[in-house]
Ligand binder design. Structure first.
Ligand code: NAD
Ligand code: IPM
Ligand code: MN
Length: 357
């Protein structure tokens, strides 16, 4: 029997609360399936660890993680540690060092999920965002000059490499081709006269290899507007690191909220472990109250099962989430329910187990 070694980084705030439920679901799935097993090793890295040790993870953290088949992460960041330290030294470091250059974020409205838009049906919101996840605006390059002086200057460079743009755009074309769906490139060449002109040029170049894929282009400001006014025009979407970050929070808002928004950081070549983490953060405003919605992390665990090749389980997890939303059973307060995080996870396990019988 295949055993998957999973590194678990619960992290900060609601991270540990929701990740327990994702692990619970993965254990139930592997027990029900019988073809594979999962072994979980927890790492206590994050802001508390930083306050004790001065580091977000130990020096050999990346080397330790490199031995695992995948990483499951709750959330990182908490008041008391500056966000640019906590996130750069843990989450973004893992994404970069493991070359997880694809950030796969489904924006899909399920039946029963609250949608703030008028006149929208389930089938109108069904997008998959491919966010560039290794460079762009997140390259972390720049300088801070003349600190605290009147001449003070900061420079934050974006880095767009040919290799970096080509690989994410090609990945998006492959997905659109496989699924027979259109591909929208979101950029901003009218203002960003180097990076986004280059992005658009590479999109054009790669598109010639995929004549069967219908392509569209949108400027990011218009894309934000159309996601609200006419979301059905989007199928597969490919965009830069920062635009993808912002648009997928908007995507979460129109498809049930942060508590339902899943994401996966993928190294497609499987040279390094991929990392599975929901889109939301550590939600300090509700942390410690056992009311965080674990369904985003559970959906993310479903993406892990997809990635390992058990697509039927990935689909079953999304179907089961939909069943809970429709039945309004064991939902957390963000979805109008009164259930605790643990009760929501337990119900999910119950549905998955009964579907198997
Ligand atoms: P956030 O996503 O943590 O919270 C935004 C809002 O959504 C809050 O009102 C919160 O209560 C709600 N929310 C989020 N997840 C929820 C869930 N599962 N169930 C119910 N409600 C939920 O964003 P923020 O407040 O901007 O960031 C908080 C911290 O998290 C910051 O330190 C930020 O840098 C960090 N962050 C980390 C990640 C990550 O680790 N992947 C992602 C985003 C933000
Ligand atoms: C996300 C988060 C991160 C990002 C932050 C916490 C660095 O917002 O995963 O969407 O911007 O990528
Ligand atoms: Mn984000």
């Amino acid at each position: 029997m295949k055993t998957y070694e999973i590194a678990v980084i619960p992290g900060d705030g609601i991270g540990p609360e929701v990740i327990v439920e994702a692990v619970k679901v993965l254990k139930a799935v592997s027990a029900a399936d019988g073809r594979f097993d999962m072994h979980f090793t927890e790492f206590p890295w994050g802001c508390e660890y930083y306050l004790k040790t001065g580091q977000m993870m130990p020096d050999n953290g990346i080397e330790v993680l490199s031995k695992y088949d995948a990483i499951l992460l709750g959330a990182v960041g908490y008041p008391g540690v500056p966000d640019h330290i906590s996130l750069r030294e843990l989450l973004l470091r893992i994404r970069h060092e493991f070359d997880q250059y694809i950030n796969l974020r489904p924006v899909k409205l399920l039946d029963g999920a609250p949608c703030p838009l008028a006149g929208i049906n389930r089938e109108d919101i069904d997008m998959i965002f491919i966010r560039e996840n290794s460079e762009g605006e997140y390259a972390g390059s720049g300088a801070w000059l003349y600190k605290d002086q009147p001449e003070e200057v900061v420079i934050q460079n974006s880095v767009f490499s040919r290799k970096g743009c080509e690989r994410v755009i090609r990945y998006a074309f492959e997905l659109a081709k496989r699924e027979g769906r259109s591909l929208t490139s979101v950029s901003k060449a009218n203002a960003l006269n180097y990076s986004m002109v280059f992005w658009d040029q590479i999109f054009e170049e790669v598109s010639r290899e995929y004549p069967e894929v219908e392509t569209r282009h949108l400027l990011v400001d218009a894309a934000a507007m159309f996601m609200v006014r006419d979301p059905k025009r989007f199928d597969v979407v490919v965009t830069s690191n920062l635009f993808g970050d912002i648009l997928t929070d908007l995507g979460a808002a129109i498809s049930g909220g942060m508590g339902l928004a899943a994401g996966a950081n993928i190294n497609p070549e499987r040279r390094y472990p991929s990392m599975f983490e929901a889109i939301h953060g550590s939600a300090p405003d509700i942390a410690g109250r056992n009311i965080a919605n674990p369904l985003a992390s559970i959906w993310t665990a479903g993406q892990m099962l997809d990635f390992f090749g058990y697509k039927e389980w990935g689909t079953r997890i999304v179907d089961s989430i939909e069943q809970m939303l429709v039945g309004k059973k064991a939902l957390t307060p963000d979805l109008g329910g009164t259930a605790s995080t643990g009760e929501c996870g337990d119900e999910m396990v119950r549905i998955l187990q009964s579907a198997g019988k």
